[in-house]
Design a binder for this molecule. Sequence first.
Ligand SMILES: NC(=O)c1ccc[n+]([C@@H]2O[C@H](COP(=O)([O-])OP(=O)(O)OC[C@H]3O[C@@H](n4cnc5c(N)ncnc54)[C@H](OP(=O)(O)O)[C@@H]3O)[C@@H](O)[C@H]2O)c1
Length: 244
Amino acid sequence: MELKGKVALVTGAAHRVGRAIAAHFAERGAAVAVHYNRSRAEAESFAAGIERAGGRARAFGANLESVPAIERMANEVLAAFGRIDVLVNCASVFYRKPLEDVTEHDWDVNLDTNLKAPFFLSKFAGAAMRRQGAGKIVNIGDWAGIRPYNNYLPYTVSKSGLIGLTRALAKALAPEVQVNCVALGPVMPPEDYGEEETARLVAGTLTKRLGSPEDVARAVMFLCEGTDFATGATLLLDGGRLLN
Ligand SMILES: NC(=O)c1ccc[n+]([C@@H]2O[C@H](COP(=O)([O-])OP(=O)(O)OC[C@H]3O[C@@H](n4cnc5c(N)ncnc54)[C@H](OP(=O)(O)O)[C@@H]3O)[C@@H](O)[C@H]2O)c1
């Protein structure tokens, strides 16, 4: 898909990996819908920077735990830009909880944000894409969706579900919309990780380095503009972590 003149909605785009992905869409001439939840100021200033540089961007807020909020945001993006060509489901929650401490709330927050939200956003955006005749959805997953981390059970289940959702949506939205997943290894450690924890992440890869947000953005660009033939696929972008 040629991205120039298209509209890309990226969730969790105020910071970190989502922001790098959104920046790549802007560089390619796509209008960017910058989704945020708590980071309104950062999302608005990021969107304003894209506009100052000659691109098109706007920030859209939604708590992805709420399906009505998801539907409202999809409608706001359609009202602002007239179409949605690309959806990247990148927003996520990620926190450690040993099995014996996991509550119903932990389960719901992880599954709602990381799995239910990508489903409903894909449902709403996918309907627009089908009306337009084409579209791309990229889900940002985790290698832990294939081989679970210790002490992150609801998170890993949500990311396993995301791989299944990718396949199911690829069938349900065919032939107009291609749906793929990029399952990441360590890219940007949580902000409270120390040097030792980060060194352990590096040592766990075959490449002996962390991925960069640009590695992720380039993979997303490949799935959006590099081919229209991949659908239902999960691309492992994990520095070989799964094999190690
Ligand atoms: N970073 C890594 O090394 C790594 C490794 C494996 C997989 N991944 C996956 O890659 C993606 C991006 O990772 P990241 O580390 O950049 O993510 P992150 O910083 O942990 O989170 C991204 C954004 O998700 C948004 N978010 C959280 N709860 C939300 C909610 N209820 N409603 C709406 N938005 C919500 C937050 O937006 P606000 O700030 O606006 O509240 C946050 O900025 C995630 O899907 C993650 O699972 C990352």
